[in-house]
Design a protein around this ligand. Structure first.
Ligand code: G1P
Length: 292
């Protein structure tokens, strides 16, 4: 692929979702809905909006509902057509025709880096994008497109960055970085989930990346890190000696929907901005506020 060509996207969706139990005992966390759509559909749509038509979803054993969701549902389509439920019919058809989606299973949960290593053959020797479905980003221009623009101008890898308050920084990969522009930074170092007092900055890595194919060798070479798992942050750190990574403070509002507080915030705020649900959400908030 040239820098201007279409990129592939990899969406890791193999995690156990322990931050959202018991809901995620049977339902994959990526299938938990925000308003009326499962979380993973938001990131698939984000990739498609940027012209990405080829997507690999990395799943795990009990996550076949993700595969089913992006498949056709002939019985449902037939029923909706028969009942003249055109809007729903098209919604269901569109999901089934969204993009060329491939799947591979991570058999043992060995971390994000190990999950991504399963994309090695699929990706080949081109740069590729990664979207983590726990991070839903609402923005005018899709966040992954913002990063792809930076990649087109630098030719190198790009990671999404966001300033995060100190009491939450230990949940993230954290960058040590040198500002190079209004939204851009040169990444100097990355550390996965440091204790707050050891964090090199308040700049967290957020789940959008344009990565080089060399990252796969890094996954194979590095030792397990935080939590005894192969970490993407450690692989980025490993590559920093050989290549420049750009950090980009994307424009947009990000929700961490992999836990209940972030999921709640996403539902309320996104309902307030949704044509279909905004009046209901506003009335509900006004009423509840009056009762407080
Ligand atoms: C993962 C990455 C972490 C990154 C975060 C963004 O962590 O390992 O570096 O900051 O996504 O959401 P997870 O949320 O899967 O624990």
């Amino acid at each position: 692929m040239s820098i201007d060509g279409a990129m592939k996207a990899v969406i890791p969706a193999a995690g156990l979702g322990t931050r959202f139990l018991p809901a995620t005992k049977v339902i994959p966390k990526e299938m938990v809905p925000i308003l009326d759509k499962p979380a993973i559909q938001y990131v698939v749509e984000e990739a498609i909006k940027e012209g990405i038509e080829d997507i690999l979803i990395i799943t795990s054993r009990w996550k076949h509902s993700i595969v089913d969701h992006f498949d056709r549902s002939l019985e449902l389509e037939y029923y909706l057509k028969e009942k003249d439920k055109d809007e729903h019919f098209h919604q269901v058809m569109d999901i089934g025709n969204m993009a060329r989606i491939h799947y591979i299973r991570q058999k043992v949960p060995r971390g994000l880096g190990d999950a991504l290593l399963h994309a090695k053959d699929y990706v080949g020797d081109e740069p590729f994008t990664v979207l983590l479905p726990d991070d839903i980003i609402v923005s005018d221009r899709p966040a992954i497109g913002q990063l792809m623009d930076v990649h087109r101008s630098t030719g190198g890898p790009v990671v999404a960055l966001e300033h995060v308050p100190k009491d939450r920084i230990s949940r993230y990969g954290v960058a040590s970085a040198k500002r190079t522009g209004e939204r851009t930074h040169r990444i100097l170092d990355v550390v996965e989930k440091p204790p707050a007092e050891e964090a090199p900055s308040d700049l967290a890595l957020i789940g959008r990346y344009v990565l080089p194919c060399e990252i796969f060798e890094a996954f194979e070479d590095i030792e397990p890190g935080y939590g005894g798992e192969i970490q993407l942050s450690d692989a980025i750190r490993y590559l920093l000696d050989d290549m420049d990574f750009t950090g980009y403070e994307f424009e947009g509002k990000r929700y961490d929907v992999g836990n209940v507080p972030g999921w709640l915030e996403a539902n309320v705020e996104m309902a307030l901005h949704n044509g279909q649900y905004s009046d209901i959400a506003r009335d509900l908030i006004v009423r509840l506020h009056a009762d407080l």
